[in-house]
Design a protein around this ligand. Structure first.
Ligand SMILES: NC(=O)c1ccc[n+]([C@@H]2O[C@H](COP(=O)([O-])OP(=O)(O)OC[C@H]3O[C@@H](n4cnc5c(N)ncnc54)[C@H](OP(=O)(O)O)[C@@H]3O)[C@@H](O)[C@H]2O)c1
Length: 283
């Protein structure tokens, strides 16, 4: 009898885990695509948001720019009205910007912050009312190791991810009372579409002082990204967060060397860390 009850309990738990309504932003490439495909394959109802036109037999794609408050509001409303709930939001969409802080133009800075930070805030603000109404939900925001360490010549990218770190930590403290959890994913280097679409500061490329250093540093970080881990590895990790009963605030998903660099940064004096970063990247 006890075995039978345990069997029913496990089956119910399995159904509960398999039927989540999940939004994944940036689901047309890299992490987002791999995550959306894995979760949809495993029985979840997945909605992918991206600017490109996409179609997939198991993923419900919605075309939209995460910076567009009206469009994202429409998509969230439509999903909630159709499904009756939004269980998980995976804020993954983002892009990179390379260049010297001194020379990066306002237009380039705005593109970076509007996409990575304001975009993430926009999607959270549009989805949170539905989660709050249900008194449950899980938000997973994509940061980066660059959100823990200021990476030379990816300064405004780091700023956008530091902003996501602060936003998510605070949000976690504000929405816990409504049954909503917030987690940060901090990836190291991964081979995705990210490297090819990175925007590089025009003025830095042309500058006689910064230009040659940027070329050297860029070669280093691009090589590491291209030779990095595969997005399918990330998808497996994110699925574990989706399934977790009590998700942690932070998940650093990286190779051992990068994980150690994060631990080191938290214990050594700041100047030592800057010296390590300078010597590592050759800046
Ligand atoms: N790859 C890495 O090494 C690495 C490391 C640390 C953190 N990350 C972070 O991981 C996340 C995913 O990056 P990825 O590596 O998978 O890069 P990716 O292959 O270039 O994918 C980026 C995704 O974001 C979407 N996107 C970009 N701007 C958007 C916008 N304004 N509105 C809607 N969607 C937008 C793109 O879709 P559309 O172009 O179709 O809109 C694409 O699906 C980013 O937040 C990135 O910062 C990546």
């Amino acid at each position: 009898m006890l075995n039978e009850e345990l069997f029913v309990f496990l089956q119910l738990k399995r159904v509960d885990n398999m039927n989540k309504v999940i939004i994944v932003t940036g689901a047309s490439s890299g992490f987002g695509k791999a995550i959306a495909e894995r979760l949809a394959e495993h029985g979840h109802r997945v909605y992918g948001i991206c600017r490109r036109e996409m179609s997939h037999n198991k993923i419900n794609y919605r075309q939209g720019d995460i910076r567009d408050t009206e469009r994202i509001g429409q998509i969230a409303k439509e999903i909630f009205e159709k499904e009756g709930r939004i269980d998980v939001l995976i804020n993954n969409a983002g892009m990179g910007l390379g260049g010297a802080l001194e020379l990066t133009s306002w237009e380039e800075i705005k593109l970076q912050m509007e996409t990575n930070f304001y975009g993430c805030v926009n999607v959270c603000q549009k989805v949170l009312p539905y989660m709050r109404q249900k008194r449950s939900g899980k938000i997973i925001n994509f940061s980066s190791i660059a959100g823990i360490e200021g990476i030379p010549y990816q300064g405004f990218y780091s700023c956008s991810k530091f902003a996501i770190e602060g936003f998510s930590e605070t949000l976690a403290a504000e929405v816990k009372r409504f049954g909503i959890t917030v987690s940060l994913v901090e990836p190291g280097d991964f081979a995705t579409g990210f490297t090819a679409v990175r925007v590089n500061s025009e003025a830095t490329l042309k500058d006689p002082d910064y230009g040659p250093v940027f070329a050297r540093v860029r070669e280093r970080f691009e090589k590491e990204e291209i030779g990095g881990l595969k997005p399918e590895y990330m998808a497996k990790k994110v699925e574990q967060i989706v399934d977790a009963k009590r998700p942690r605030l932070r998940y650093c998903v990286a190779n051992l060397e990068q994980k150690l660099s994060v631990i080191l940064k938290r214990i050594i004096p700041g100047n030592w860390n800057v010296a390590i970063l300078r010597s590592y990247y050759g800046s």
